[in-house]
Design a protein. Sequence first.
Length: 129
Amino acid sequence: MNKKKFNACFIMPAFNEQKNIAYLIKKLKKIGDVIVVDDCSTDKTNIISKRNGALVVKHQNNLGYDHALFSGLKKAKQLSYKFAITIDADKQHNINDAKKILKYLKKGNTNVEGERKNIQRIMELIISV
């Protein structure tokens, strides 16, 4: 982990994302460290993530997206990151937006969030109000 250079990490919950994970890790590692939370994947998500330089938190049971986010945030706190940015492993987020979010955080904003057209989870509804 290159915490000294960036002091930022990207938390990526992942369940069977072997198709996308290497690409996302490579792109994100240019601007911060990557913590992949492997939510009991049955494919090669875990191996590919480690090979591409991500720190992997492995769930022994599938606990779901929200718990995976919590596990990633907990790990980021344990490692004393100043910034923790969540991003999905299915490539639905634009990687360039990650750079923008980090820029706003470095300017002193304590919370920066993106916007979705379709709310998928209860937490997204709560945060978007």
